[in-house]
Design a protein around this ligand. Structure first.
Ligand code: GLC
Length: 553
């Protein structure tokens, strides 16, 4: 078994440079500010940072509209600052991955400008054009309600161009070998500057066939292998984490049967069913999703997450399930987005209820895969629904109770810091929580520490254990002669369960990894447990000495 697949057991933390920490006082977060906060992140225990896009951009889609792949937006600093920062990560043993937004560029990118100006430009064919408006121009919008079409007339080019996302994001003609060569160059560039890989944006669209005559786009999965090989040739332990909200029957196409495509893929299937499970206290569809996404090559890994920088997409649930999640977590129209999702942050969705937050995080840390945390969730930050679309959940990090939450000395932060009320920076901030041993921040730190001591979760095989109650999820992970048993009660009432554990432990005792509350089986060989409302248990099978036993990873 290959031993240094670091992403199999990482704790990934996602942040946007512009809203994390402002060092130069212009109201916009920057690399120098982020670097000053690295010890905070190191202390929290995260092992990998995922940075949202920070390249020069008109910022019409939070940087997902790139105008130069080979630079840092001057608002955030310089390439030199980036390299200092990536070095500082390395010094602390923190890996760095960055967003790779290559399905489209900004319409301000010089390639697009050249392409639209001159039909003979070498860049013309880097984009996707049509003389006539394609008949399916009003289909396939990624942002329904906000985006009206996928083909827009360009006066200068005198042609329509294709854009799967907003109209200012023309799709690159990713089937063009010249474009592919350039995209590999982009990857090689950032690898040389110290990144350990990429979160690849919008993967199904990157590999899809594009053009006016394409009625049913087809995914060209071989491209994934090309990306992976390139990354690994340049840097042996670099990885790609794919954003691909796809159905389980194509998962293996993304991972590759032999594990020769994407190293990691976000598990949207589990994410959506997890929110349904929490809304309805019914884990049955979640169990189905876990089983459906179980097959994957040994070297591949799921990225598990709760919330991210986008809306909580519920498009894969059935109508009844989606309705239920809307009712519980996003009842007002204003909390919903693109006819399919909820745009709120985690803590307000869960009414700031500490028990439910712990439950959600405990689930995240123990689902099969590698957990991906969103900045600010470790202190329970809220959202600002007065901001448009997804910006409501992208407000600046709340560091202290100083003005603007200590994020900036400027009076004009890039986005307003949440102030006043239950989630305002005056109450919810990192400085205050650091001083309080019982705060969510310190709880999260402890959970991350324990997650690292359970490599079984990242590496092992899992089995769902029957609990007799749809509200209670029990799982056992086995790896290298160790087993951990994880139990969650998603209901607001206590639940009594009788659990037949099985597994590989040498003793029948279940050692509680978080408290002194261990469990021995009854005469019937089962563990009789009462799990309190929203309660969770992490056990390791075997005698007490197993508690400190550090298995290989
Ligand atoms: C991805 C990103 C999203 C962005 C879109 C277009 O879905 O997560 O934030 O708007 O791609 O690049």
């Amino acid at each position: 078994m290959i031993k240094d697949l670091w992403y199999k057991n990482a704790v990934i933390y996602n942040l946007a440079v512009g809203t994390f920490m402002d060092a130069d006082g212009d109201g916009i977060g920057d690399f120098q500010g982020l670097q000053r906060r690295l010890d905070y992140l190191h202390g929290l225990g995260v092992t990998c940072l995922w940075l949202g896009p920070f390249q020069p951009s008109p910022m019409k889609d939070d940087g997902y509209d790139i105008a130069d792949y080979y630079n840092v937006d001057p608002r955030y600093g310089t390439l030199g600052d980036f390299v200092e920062f990536s070095h500082a990560c390395k010094q602390r043993g923190i890996r760095l991955i960055i967003d790779l937004v290559i399905n489209h560029t900004s319409d301000q990118h010089p390639w697009f400008q050249a392409a639209r100006r001159d039909p003979n430009s070498k860049y013309r064919n880097w984009y996707v054009w049509s003389d006539k408006k394609p008949s399916n121009a009003d289909e396939g919008m990624v942002f329904p309600g906000v985006q009206k079409t996928t083909w827009t007339w360009d006066k200068e080019a005198e042609a329509y161009y294709f854009h799967r996302f907003y109209e200012f994001q023309p799709d690159l003609n990713t089937s063009n070998p010249e474009v592919q060569a350039e995209l590999l160059k982009v990857m090689g560039f950032w690898i040389e500057l110290g990144v350990s890989g990429f979160r690849m944006d919008a993967v199904p669209f990157i590999i899809s066939t594009k053009g006016p005559d394409v009625k049913k786009p087809k995914e060209q999965f071989d491209m994934l292998r090309m990306f992976r090989e390139f990354v690994q040739w340049r840097c042996g332990d670099a990885m790609i984490l794919a954003e691909a909200n796809v159905l389980p029957d194509t998962d293996l196409e993304y991972f590759g049967d032999d594990g020769d495509r994407m190293h990691m893929v976000f598990n949207f299937q589990v994410n959506q069913n997890l929110f349904y499970a929490m809304a309805a206290a019914d884990t049955r569809p979640l169990v189905k999703a876990l089983k459906a996404t179980k097959p994957r090559p040994a070297t591949a890994q799921w990225g598990q997450f709760l919330r991210n920088h986008d809306e909580l997409d519920l498009g894969r649930l059935d109508d009844e399930q989606r309705k239920r999640v809307f009712e519980v977590f996003g009842p007002d129209k204003d909390m919903q987005l693109y006819d399919r999702g909820i745009r709120r942050r985690l803590a307000p969705m869960l009414h700031g209820d500490r028990r439910r937050l712990e439950l959600a995080y405990s689930l995240l840390f123990t689902l099969p895969g590698t957990p991906v945390i969103r900045y600010g969730d470790e202190i329970g930050m809220g959202d600002d629904l007065s901001l448009p679309e997804r910006n409501c959940a992208r407000t600046p990090m709340q560091w202290s109770d100083e003005p603007h939450g200590g994020f900036t000395k400027s009076d004009k932060p890039i986005l307003p810091v949440i102030s006043g009320g239950v989630f305002g920076y005056e109450r919810i901030n990192a400085a205050r929580q650091r001083r309080d041993p019982a705060a969510l921040l310190n709880w999260t730190e402890r959970m991350i520490r324990m997650r690292k001591e359970c490599p079984e979760i990242g590496w092992g095989d899992f089995e769902i254990l029957p609990t007799g109650s749809p509200a209670v999820l029990a799982m056992r992970y086995d790896w290298k002669n160790n087993s951990v048993v994880i139990i969650h009660n998603l209901d607001d009432k206590p639940k009594e369960i009788a659990l037949a554990v099985g597994g590989v432990g040498e003793s029948d005792r279940l050692v509680n990894l978080l408290t002194e509350d261990h469990s021995d089986p009854g005469d019937d060989g089962k563990h009789h447990l009462v799990i309190e409302a929203y309660g969770y248990r992490w056990y390791r099978e075997g005698g007490l000495d197993y508690l400190l036993r550090r298995t290989e990873s």
